[in-house]
Write a protein that binds this ligand. Structure first.
Ligand code: KG4
Ligand code: ZN
Length: 358
């Protein structure tokens, strides 16, 4: 089965084709057009600007890469949420037009489920059930127990900022601009992780939740009145290294604790922050010590891409595919939660998923 994926939830416009067979899925091609340079002048993503860009880029990608009759494509998967409403709408309406015109099923995919399914693009088979997913992106920091295809159970989440957002804010504080995560990581490489002793919020608490606003505020207060030192060689590097070490330590410790308590043997890393090499290495090391296997998404499928959406679409087609006129009613859900997905499954008495009825 070949599934076309479309992703437009934030500032990446992406399309991809994957082939699924049994429990395996492989990318055939995957194209990502980032709008990061455009948004960097505003210091972050402007939803309406992103949507306008998605319209232009997606139209060009469809013209360049897809045949008029959709030959060789069995279904169209698209991100319906969570994300920026105007941006999501561009992808969803494009996918609806293609699926309707080609008379193929439309598979609405939760963006977070997509990130988790990037783990299937590794060298070998996908992760074994049940597994624990550490989902870390610009808008989310969650620990999700995954019991089977589409069976997501949130065990913990951030009570305030997402960790990716925190990387972005720290980058801003020291003048590194947008997007912050990769820039903080690059500067941290030559910095001293012990230069600043910042808090590891909630690391010892007996739950699986996170909090990053305290760490962010600690960095902010530490830097107050010291702007002149930003030019001192090594200063920004030390800030980045110390902040990154604190954030990674909390993520890794809580994930290992949760995996051991739940008795799961596999941890999957997912979301844009999964591109961080220090997080990848630390999670692998600590899970290794605890006898837990780690599945990392290939680097190019860590950040937003359409391959992961197509892969999730392939595996969730049975549960989520919408056909015929019903597909025209599918709507975006900017605040979609993975829990809604479970609820949809339980209420699956009608043809339309809940999010299509709004
Ligand atoms: O998943 P993603 O591409 O978009 C969302 O769904 O949010 O994640 C983007 C987030 C941003 O906050 C970005 O700064 C962060 O992932 N990020 C990183 C790295 N690369 C991207 N954070 C830390 N280290 C990185 N190398
Ligand atoms: Zn994402």
């Amino acid at each position: 089965m070949r599934v076309l994926g479309i992703e437009s939830s934030c500032d990446e416009t992406a399309i991809a084709l994957v082939e699924g067979k049994g429990e395996r899925v492989r990318p055939i091609w995957s194209i990502i057009r980032s709008q990061a340079d455009l948004h960097s002048q505003y210091g972050g993503v402007v939803p309406e600007v992103a949507a306008r860009e998605h319209v232009e880029i997606l139209a060009a990608l469809v013209r360049e890469h897809l045949s008029r009759d959709g030959a060789g494509i069995d279904a169209v998967a698209v991100t319906y949420g969570p994300g920026l409403a105007p941006a999501l709408r561009v992808g969803v309406e494009t996918a609806k037009a293609l699926a309707w015109g080609w008379k193929k099923p439309l598979i609405p995919v939760n963006h977070l489920a997509g990130h988790i399914y990037a783990a299937w693009f590794g060298e070998d088979e996908g992760p074994k059930w049940p597994f624990l997913a550490l989902l870390v992106s610009g808008g989310h920091t969650e620990l999700i127990l995954v019991r089977g295809h589409g069976e997501f159970f949130k065990l913990g989440e951030t009570r305030d900022d997402a960790v990716g957002e925190c990387f972005d804010k720290v980058a801003k504080m020291v003048g590194l601009g947008y997007p912050g995560g990769p820039r903080v990581e690059a500067r941290a490489e030559s910095g001293n992780v012990e230069a600043w002793d910042w808090p590891r919020p909630m690391i010892k608490e007996d739950n699986y939740d996170f909090s990053f606003s305290g760490l962010k505020t600690a960095v902010l207060y530490s830097l107050k009145g010291r702007e002149k030192e930003f030019d001192t060689p090594g200063f920004i590097e030390d800030v980045c290294a110390s902040f990154q070490a604190a954030a990674v330590e909390v993520l890794v410790e809580k994930t290992v604790k949760c995996a051991l308590a739940q008795g799961v043997k596999t941890v999957v890393l997912a979301g844009g922050v999964a591109a961080n090499l220090v997080l990848r290495a630390e999670l692998t090391r600590r899970c290794g010590e605890a006898g837990i296997e780690v599945k990392l998404p290939p680097f190019q499928y860590s950040l937003d891409n359409a391959g992961m959406i197509a892969a999730a679409g392939y595996f969730l087609a049975k549960q989520n595919a919408v056909t015929g006129e019903a597909l025209l009613a599918v709507k975006v859900d900017p605040k979609a939660d993975l829990h809604d997905h479970n609820n949809n499954q339980q209420d699956h008495k009608t043809d339309l998923p809940d999010y299509a009825k709004n």
